[in-house]
Design a protein around this ligand. Structure first.
Ligand code: TRP
Ligand code: MN
Length: 457
């Protein structure tokens, strides 16, 4: 970092990769000004609670489930799609909590996950070169030059959509929908008939029984708030920096800056240059921060990232999201985990088993195979176990509906099925059944490493 003090706009002096070239700078300025005056989406105190919860996870006392769309869409925006996504996440959380006995920190890739980094800034369509789709916060996905023009007013639409998404999530998670008494209702019809759906039903029955047991013991479960609601946090990649800067506010209680566009922000694998604008921006906000870590990072780079993003070594401040690929993780991750252990940085390691396992199917669709996803998670757990480090969570891309975007699973999606319901605005997501299946696998892995004495404590 330079010698100048951090400010919400100090990133502007650095090189910002993956930014659109906004054609209308006057409009950009207007939008930016507007967004600096709107109410924040989250409150700093909530971000501090999340840091605390992640701190517990970094010490092996909780497990993180971070999940949602690759990219949220302006067109697929409805109460039903938010509800269905939440249902799957609650199902996964119940499976993980019930099977492992460890609290699960629930974080959505939602209410702000609109921007996408791209491998190429342009693409060829019918002989013409047009700008790449960078997510709905920047441009439209239609393959025409006009649709692909970056439009700053989309940042206002993204803010508004995030606000109403978050509003519904708060209503659902605090207003009765996430009550453990509702555990059966999260199992959607098309899931319930599958093998994983039936397995889920039997856990749901056990939870019913456990609640009845507590009631019979004389515990008044109606007044036990934690049974009736969940804390649900939001997160997205902090990619489009004018947007993140505009939503950064000084907290009146602590006098510190928080990016109030989400509880947690992460830095992508393509934007984590040590001297770049994204790291500069993230280093100064007090929210919990994630950083994606791919197979090419060196130990020195990793240490520098830890120093820049968490110089005070605050547990829960920094989450390293490992996205290696099933075939590379065993070669790369052990050295990196050892590096952080030796340095004493209290980082939380989370596994993203999606992004290192993407490939093109025969029909040209981007896809991932469920077996590769399981394999990467499996290696992640065994590496951490071997090193005496806590495999702190998973970060996945999913949807609540019955899409055919990832291959495999117990009701196997085959290459021929990919065209049936391929609806993602970006990367292929696990459908509800595959997500539940993954939760059972992870629950097994978690349970294996927890000794009886710890569970009984
Ligand atoms: N509040 C507790 C928790 O979040 C228990 C709980 C209530 C819960 N509803 C839930 C857990 C839904 C998972 C899913 O852990
Ligand atoms: Mn993605």
């Amino acid at each position: 970092m330079g010698s100048n003090p951090w400010t919400p706009d100090s990133w502007r002096a650095k090189n910002a990769s993956q930014q659109p070239i906004w054609p209308d700078l006057v409009e950009l300025e207007r939008v930016h000004k507007y967004l600096t005056a709107v109410p924040p989406l989250v409150f700093a105190g909530e971000a501090r609670s999340l840091t605390k919860a992640l701190g517990a996870a970094s010490q092996g006392k909780a497990f993180v489930l971070q999940a949602g769309d690759c990219a949220e869409s302006f067109s697929d925006f409805s109460a039903d799609s938010i509800r269905d996504k939440l249902k799957v996440i609650l199902q996964m959380a119940v499976v993980l909590t019930y099977s492992s006995g460890v609290p699960v920190v629930k974080i959505g890739r939602i209410a702000g996950q609109f921007a996408k980094p791209r491998s190429l800034p342009t693409e060829e369509v019918d002989g013409a070169t047009i700008e790449a789709f960078r997510g709905f916060i920047v441009n439209d996905e239609a393959p025409t030059a006009k649709a692909r023009q970056p439009d700053p007013s989309r940042m206002i639409t993204a803010y508004n959509q995030s606000a109403s998404t978050l509003n519904l999530l708060r209503a659902f998670t605090k207003g009765g929908f996430a009550d453990l008494a509702q555990v059966h209702t999260w199992n959607q019809l098309f899931v319930a008939s599958s093998k994983e759906g039936r397995r889920y039903e039997s856990i749901a029955d056990e939870i019913d029984r456990a609640l009845r047991f507590m009631r019979a013991c004389g515990i008044d479960i109606t007044t036990e708030e934690s049974l009736h609601e969940v804390d649900f946090f939001t997160s997205h990649e902090a990619l489009i920096l004018p947007y993140e800067e505009a939503l950064t506010r000084k907290d009146s209680l602590t006098d510190q800056y928080y990016d109030c566009s989400a509880h947690m922000l992460w830095c992508g694998e393509r934007t984590r240059q040590l001297d770049g604008a994204h790291i500069e921006f993230l280093s100064g906000i007090k929210n919990p921060i994630g950083c994606k870590i791919g197979p090419n990072i060196t130990s020195d780079e990793l240490l520098s990232l830890c120093e820049l993003l968490d110089p005070d070594r605050t547990p829960g401040r920094l989450t390293l999201i490992s996205r290696m690929g099933a075939s590379k993780i065993a070669d790369v991750l052990p050295r990196l985990v050892k590096t952080t252990q030796d340095s004493g940085h209290p980082v939380l390691w989370v596994c993203d088993p999606m992004h290192g396992n993407t490939f093109l199917a025969d029909n040209g669709r981007k896809t991932r195979h469920f077996d590769d996803i399981i394999s990467e998670v499996d290696s992640f757990f065994s590496i951490h176990r071997k090193l005496g480090s806590w495999p702190g969570g998973i970060h996945i891309e999913l949807t609540g509906v019955d899409v055919t975007e990832c291959l495999g699973g117990t009701e196997e999606v085959l290459q021929d099925h990919l065209d049936l319901r391929y609806e993602t605005a970006c990367d292929p997501r696990l459908n509800a059944k595959q997500s539940l299946d993954l939760a059972f696998e992870v629950a097994n892995l978690l349970r294996k490493g927890i000794r009886r004495t710890e569970v009984a404590r």
